[in-house]
Design a protein around this ligand. Sequence first.
Ligand code: PEP
Ligand code: MG
Length: 316
Amino acid sequence: ARQAVLAAATGPGATADGHPVPLLANVGGPRDVEGALRHGAEGVGLYRTEFLFLNRTAPPSEEEQVAAYLGVLDAFPGGRVVVRTLDAGADKPLAFLPPPGKEPNPALGQRGLRLFQRYPEIMETQLRALARAAARSSAKLQVMAPMVATRQEAAWYVAACKEAGIASAGVMIEIPSAALRSGDLAAEADFFSIGTNDLAQYTLAADREVGGLGMLHDPWQPALLDLVLAAVNGAAERGRSCGVCGEAAGDPALACVLVGMGVTSLSMAPTALPAVRAALSLHTRERCVLAAQAALAASSPSDARAAARAHLPELA
Ligand code: PEP
Ligand code: MG
């Protein structure tokens, strides 16, 4: 087992029987790519672009955006880079927009894609900058929307991406309605990426900014696993890929469970990559499927974790 861990310390992610699972990094900008490369990321599964827009009195120019996007794309020649368009609003207000007015429940307010629908010119500039950066790089750019709730929103977003010349346009699945109607959304989007942080928040009605809600934020919550499975199945029916880019992807046992459910790639904080790579390399896909079935049959987070681990004997 030790040798397998060492052999799998670098190189592409795969289960013990060779089923590939691309292991990607979550980054906030060009400054994070070095850490991603050092931990063996095969690409970027979530580039959170909001850092480019926060704490400034004017939006970044198209030129400035092209430079930032190239800073990430060029680190992964031939690789995949998934850029999430601006996920601001609510707790991440933009200083250059008029104040949204009082929102008693900011997580349920004007944020993510909803903000873009109000200020489409911000999104159009961002999409243009992304298309220009992609044209100058060998990396494969994929662009995705945060906070998509409905099929109509997905259709609107994908149309805007295609209009801007972006080849691959997807949506995040981080609202329960999107997971429940994933077949509808998959008819519009080229791919899915599940954001388990927000999906947990909205499924359990437990604000992720509020401490002390303990178990409700546990990514092993049975209801959260059910919605992940619904999203994966909706994607599969349409032959779409479905990754996970929330914190859940960085938990080695849960990563195996997600792969067992049919998740096609995992994106996480770079420091989590080695342990996830090792865990996958030590278990066959069949074991991952058994672990997923066991987790889905449980009715508490701790039971789900224990049931999955019983099928993942090589985990420390
Ligand atoms: C998520 O919600 O799971 C996610 C990956 O996005 P963020 O944490 O940036 O909201
Ligand atoms: Mg999110």
